[in-house]
Design a protein. Structure first.
Lengths: 75, 764
């Protein structure tokens, strides 16, 4: 399964599911990472982590560990 | 203000005076970056009181205002993405809304503030708020920004779809604020006309989650009541099951949030007997709908899409806004980092150089006040109390204000323009070394100037465990009060030898070493705290990067004002009290008659009078003797065996004890103790000389590089700053954390100084 951290800057995808049911997963869901939503990978931070992406019309930074929870399908 | 309120038909119906005199409570809820604080300021103005809710770290902020002739207490809650409580703090935020916080009046209405540019995401929180069944208004904020992006919103249609009043606002330009006030008044007054049945019926209309879920919650509620009855015999929960019983909303949360705070508290209050029915309810739900968390989020977003049908019209799909273009530069690998470092450098340069002007003024004013009192009163205990206790105490509080005000000014600007989130994004990786997140960077950086504003700045960290870990290590960053101590000892015991052709000098290396000692020791401290006292799930780092905008002067002013007020009133009083206590310990016991007599005759003499120097010498000797005999001096002597392994004599011990209120006090104390008077500073030749000449009874010199290093390491690591400890108490709302800070830092300082001395005295 492809995950958010594997995308290249500028690449778009659709969210398939979020792995896990802990605080991290809940926070991601509350912030709009829900199945069916389009997502765009924007850039990495200068030190390689976190990653910046665009979902539900906002820019959100997530660490790569969290991005691995976001399963996607590249469009 | 709002004289435009339509004379409500209610005023005739409502019981004439009774309801008029009442103050209503209205809560403001919203996601971060919705302009909620700006709206709060626009509604409440300057009449804001702050405090803490009992037992938690979240700030209680209440603005008292009058909308027309109705008086309102406006309660501001911290920005949140969801009302699913995962910690006691988040639970309190929910309970402020449901009315479950003891001693707090329940709210009469809720205003949900949303960012019009990202409406769908924001409606997630609204869907949870509506479940509370309270009269609710939607404040559609930042409509101007939405308009600029080509998003048009049909406000009336949205209001019809949601079944609640919707008011379009642009808080930064104070647009729509009066309409919002009117809508709040109307809602409150109407809600008294509608009976509860109507409200309940409306709340049940098109609920976001499947009906089966609500039925399961109802079932669990009856189960919990019956299970809880078993425990009524238990005196611990005997305060009545109605108190301990979770309300309807918390029952929903118990079912939905596995391992959430609602569940934890139900178990705590009602006993483990509630677990089987809770698990049964969850099992039934997952059988019907799959996983509950997934189900809730999908259902709420589906609800949001439903409610937005026919509401949103987006002209262009302008994906790349100027925020994205600015981000491309400001988070660029090379330029972004360079800009960040340059900006931080500039800010701290400003804080250092600008704050010194008002700080010198405060210093001057303290000196002037002291002189004034001395010219009005004869020497005596009362005068000593006023000058050395009261005036020094007030001055000791006010001296922090310029740094606090300046730091909060810069923090507010960075936060409000949107750069703060980028700064956290840039340095997050670096901060993971400490087990912290990017949001801890600025508070820690600020602590190099002074830990007091640094600790206060941790409010930007919303995760409680990260925030407390940051507060715990902030005082390890070498603040400006340690600098005089370092400078004195380095100047006295480390010659200005240079290496590498003048590029490296010994004093500079020692100074840098002291800063490094603090930073490096913060790493294991933070790590251990996160493994023990602050153990728990790793805090999610999911950070919204908001649109850049021009910061609002009002918001900035309000932030600076609040921080200054909170410091002076709530930490300042404690700091003041502490300085009186320390004055007393240095004054009592002892017969000060001779000292006062010397002081009187000195003051009656001319500056140039020849007898003056003899009197002055006797006076200084008297002061040294009195300090030695005082409570403080006795403590210093008692602890001498303890500080001997650090290479210290009892005089240094007294200095260390006396500098408990503030590290820099050690210089004045050493000055007094070496009979030089208390007004020496770090560049005082006499003090440097006295220290070099000081000997043990057997004639060996007390000081040397090893003792100087051990003393510096002690000051780098110790918690000798009563202001910091009391600000920690105020910010964590508990005495536990200042006690832990003091204990761990003192132990670490002692061990650090011991190891330093034992090693250094053998190799130097």
């Amino acid at each position: 399964m492809t995950t958010l951290d594997q995308l290249l800057p500028g690449q778009r995808a659709e969210i398939i599911r979020i792995d896990g049911f802990d605080a991290v997963a809940s926070r991601l869901r509350e912030m709009g990472f829900v199945p069916g939503q389009p997502i765009e990978f924007l850039r990495k931070a200068p030190l390689g982590d976190p990653l910046k992406c665009s979902v539900q019309g906002t820019r959100i930074a997530v660490r790569s560990g969290e991005a691995r929870r976001v399963c996607i399908e590249i469009r | 203000m709002a004289s435009a309120i339509p004379p409500p038909a209610i005023s005739a119906v409502a019981p004439a005076l009774g309801s008029r005199a009442k103050t209503y409570r209205v809560a403001l809820v919203g996601n971060p970056n919705t302009g909620k604080s700006t709206l709060f300021n626009a509604l409440a103005g300057m009449n804001v009181r702050t405090g803490n809710y009992p037992g938690v770290t979240i700030e209680k902020k209440i603005g008292r205002c009058r909308f027309g002739d109705v008086s309102i207490d406006l309660v501001d809650l911290p920005g949140t993405y969801s009302l699913a409580p995962r910690s006691p703090d988040e639970l309190v935020a929910v309970e402020v809304l449901t009315g479950g916080v003891s001693g707090e009046t329940p709210v009469d209405a809720i205003v949900v503030v949303v960012n019009a540019t990202i409406l769908q995401r924001n409606l997630f929180l609204l869907s949870q708020v509506l479940e509370l069944g309270k009269p609710t208004i939607l404040a559609l904020n930042m409509v101007d920004a939405a308009g600029a992006r080509g998003i048009s919103i049909d406000v009336n249609q949205l209001s019809r779809n949601l079944g609640i009043p919707v008011v379009a606002t642009t808080a930064s330009k104070r647009a729509g604020v009066v309409q919002l006030e009117e809508a709040i008044v109307e809602l409150i007054e109407n809600s008294h006309l509608r009976d509860e049945h109507d409200q309940a019926a409306q709340a049940h209309e098109d609920r976001p989650l499947p009906e089966g879920f609500y039925r399961t919650c109802e079932w669990l509620r009856t189960e919990l009541i019956s299970k809880a009855c078993v425990d009524v015999a238990n005196p611990k929960t005997n305060r009545g099951t109605t108190d301990a019983m979770p309300d309807e909303y918390l029952i929903q949360r118990i079912v939905l949030d596995r391992g959430g705070e609602a569940e934890r508290r139900a178990v705590r209050r009602l006993g483990a007997a509630v677990l089987p029915p809770i698990n049964a309810a969850r099992a039934q739900l997952s059988q019907e709908f799959g996983d509950s968390v997934e189900m809730e989020c999908s259902a709420r977003y589906a609800w949001a899409r439903r409610k937005l049908a026919g509401v949103l019209a987006s002209e262009s799909n302008a994906n790349r806004t100027w925020t994205d273009r600015l981000d491309a530069v400001l988070t660029n690998r090379v330029f972004g980092m360079f800009f960040f470092v340059a900006l931080m450098f500039l800010i701290f340069q400003f804080i250092y150089s600008w704050a010194s002007i008002p700080m010198d003024l405060i210093d001057g004013a303290t000196g002037f006040a002291t002189e004034f009192v001395e010219s009005m009163m004869a020497p005596g205990m009362l005068r000593s109390l006023i000058t050395d206790g009261v005036i020094a105490g007030v001055g000791g509080v006010l001296i922090f204000l310029p740094q606090i005000a300046l730091l909060f000014f810069f923090l507010a600007v960075l936060e409000d323009c949107g750069y703060m989130a980028r700064a956290a994004f840039l340095v997050d990786r670096l901060m993971t070394i400490f087990g912290l997140s990017g949001k801890s960077f600025l508070p820690l950086m600020s602590s190099f100037a002074c830990a007091v504003p640094g600790v206060m700045a941790t409010r930007v960290i919303e995760n409680r465990r990260d925030r407390i870990a940051t507060i715990m290590v902030a005082p390890l960053m070498s603040c400006s009060a340690r600098l005089p101590v370092y400078l004195l000892l380095i100047a006295a015991f480390f010659p200005a030898t240079t290496y590498l052709g003048g590029w490296l000098s010994l004093p500079a290396m020692v100074l840098m070493g002291m800063y490094t000692v603090g930073i490096v020791s913060a790493i294991p401290v933070a790590w251990i705290l996160k493994k023990t006292l602050l153990r728990g799930e790793v805090a999610p780092f999911v950070l919204e990067l908001p649109e850049y905008k021009v910061p609002s002067g009002r918001v900035i002013f309000q932030r600076v004002w609040e921080a200054s007020e909170a410091f002076v009133i709530r930490a300042g009083t404690l700091i003041f009290a502490a300085s009186i206590v320390i004055w007393f310990a240095g004054y009592w016991p002892g017969d000060h008659t001779r000292q006062f007599a010397l002081q009187s005759s000195m003051e009656s003499l001319d500056q140039e009078a020849p007898q003056r120097s003899a009197l002055s010498a006797e006076y200084k000797a008297q002061s040294a003797a009195l300090l030695e005999g005082s409570l403080l001096g006795r403590i210093g002597k008692v602890i001498e065996p303890v500080v001997r392994p650090l290479g210290w004599d009892w005089k240094i011990g007294v200095g260390a004890v006396a500098s408990f209120p503030a590290r820099e006090v050690i210089i004045a104390t050493l000055g007094t103790i070496y009979s030089l008077g208390g007004d020496v500073d770090e560049s005082d030749e006499g003090l440097v000389g006295a220290m070099r000449d000081a000997t043990w009874p057997d004639g060996r010199p007390v000081y040397g590089p090893a003792v100087a290093l051990s003393l510096m390491v002690f000051f780098a690591l110790c918690a000798q700053c009563v202001s910091t400890l009391l600000v920690i108490k105020r910010e964590t709302n508990s005495w536990l954390w200042p006690v832990i800070s003091f204990t761990y830092m003192t132990v670490m300082a002692y061990v650090g100084a011991l190891v330093t001395f034992q090693i250094a005295s053998r190799i130097l």
